[in-house]
Design a binder for this molecule. Sequence first.
Ligand code: UDP
Length: 573
Amino acid sequence: MDKEDNTIESKLSANGKTLLEKRYLLRDAKGKIAEEPNELFRRVAKAIAGVDSTYGYSVDKTEDDFYQVMADLEFLPNSPTLMNAGTELGQLSACFVLPVEDSLKSIFKSLQDMSLIHQSGGGTGFSFSDLRPEGDPVRSTEGVASGPLSFMTIFDKATDVIKQGGRRRGANMGVLRVDHPDIFKFIGAKKKEDMLRNFNLSVGVTDEFMEAVSQDRDYALVNPRTGKVKKRLKARDMFDRIVTCACQTGDPGLLFLDEINRKHPMSAIGTIESTNPCGEVPLLPYESCNLGSINLALMVKEGAIDWQKLKETVDTGVHFLDNVIDANKYPLPEIEQRTKQNRKIGLGVMGFAAMLARLGIAYDCEEGIATAEEVMKFIREEAVQKSVELGEQRGSFPNFHRSTLAKDYPAMRNATVNTVAPTGSLSIIANTTSGIEPMFALTYQRNVMGTRLTEIDPVFEEMARKHGFYSKHLMEEIAETGSLQNILNIPKETRRVFATALEIKPQWHVRMQAAFQKHVDNAVAKTVNLPHEATEEDFREIYMLAYRLKCKGIAAYRYGSKAEQVLEIGGTG
Ligand code: UDP
């Protein structure tokens, strides 16, 4: 084993290693694993750093920097980059939005485009709002339209079929505007267990609608084909239906379309109607975005944030992700063109909750929120600065002068720089908490070759040892409930720091999302996880609070309300 291999092997957890073996390491023609984890990171570093030579820069140092941040698990690019960089497929992005216009030709082109994207490991978002409603006339056949929902079921089925052949399953976001005549059906679509299983659903709401809910006013359903008002109804009735279904099934969430477009630096180019599957990247039709996430748990030194290290990691991350745009092999020419016009990237974070624990700060308190803002503000400012620097060296993104960024910056390489991705798989590889989510449990039962073993959250174990209350007996006691809250001989402060997702009040989840959103120019993927007993009233409050705090979207999930989720932590790879 060489030196490189040694370092990585000692850093990877057993689960991280298994996941890499199952889904990421290249295989030979017989299906046998043909690379080691260090070779994976070397392959990716090489493929992405190679871009520097086209700009006249030396590749070697860049390659080493890229290799090192990945091998140290301090920064990881999204799964398609890890899987496909340096391979023939070469598709590196996780996020796409495709247009769906009101014609069979457009609908089925979109379906075909989706299949190519899913095959290569990307996820797709669609707005179905332009489709004429069910029962509307179809002139060419003198028949009637079957409406957005019927077409969505075809996209869903196609996703199922393609899943069999890909390395990770395709995920979709389906959006319908709240003023579409078929919205009622859309909202309740997932009440049937097996319907639209490969979709997350979001109702696209406007400020006007949200204000109508607050003030108990009417609003209009409008036929998108004719522009005619079909019906007027009470906004509160529609909102109640959304809340009821969300409480029962976890869908739909909301997308705050006006807030998204107000903050979009490219509003001169077009209107955003959808996001990628998990909501963290609002995109124009045919745009794609590649993501990468910094492991914040490793940005702590001696109980404090290591700002210098964070700065360096941000710089490397932005450089890396910008190179990905050039190294990428795009599934469609339209996507390549659109993506290269705006050069959006999404530098995100994972391990935020683990970082807070290392700092001894609880998630659900003012200090937790303030830390989130401080960290993300720093990351965004540094990322923007790096993007300006790259813009000066390599040229701004082609649409720069049509963007709102041109008034604030001399040059800029990327129309957006940061995001918060769910990091469902990346966080397993990096062995930390996902995205900005609180810890889900402190102990996990795992079945290892027929034996049930109790695993303890690594940061919790580290803290328990550091503060002298680690004991086998105590860990077993915690394993019974997965929680510290009833173990009174652990100091109260420690119990607060290790509060898990379902123990944290929903308002804090939303406030945390909003705190990050303040300093994120894409959006924030977050699920407000609620205990099984949560009520419709809880959902109503959460959705309203998210709107008031200027989130770009909101999704909440009541524990146990779905047999299977589109994206399950630990199950998506
Ligand atoms: N995604 C997907 N299928 C999956 C998981 C993710 O298409 O099974 C896409 C989707 O667009 C999602 C994005 O990848 O919003 C990022 O998800 P995540 O951060 O969980 O991906 P990771 O890089 O950790 O695999």
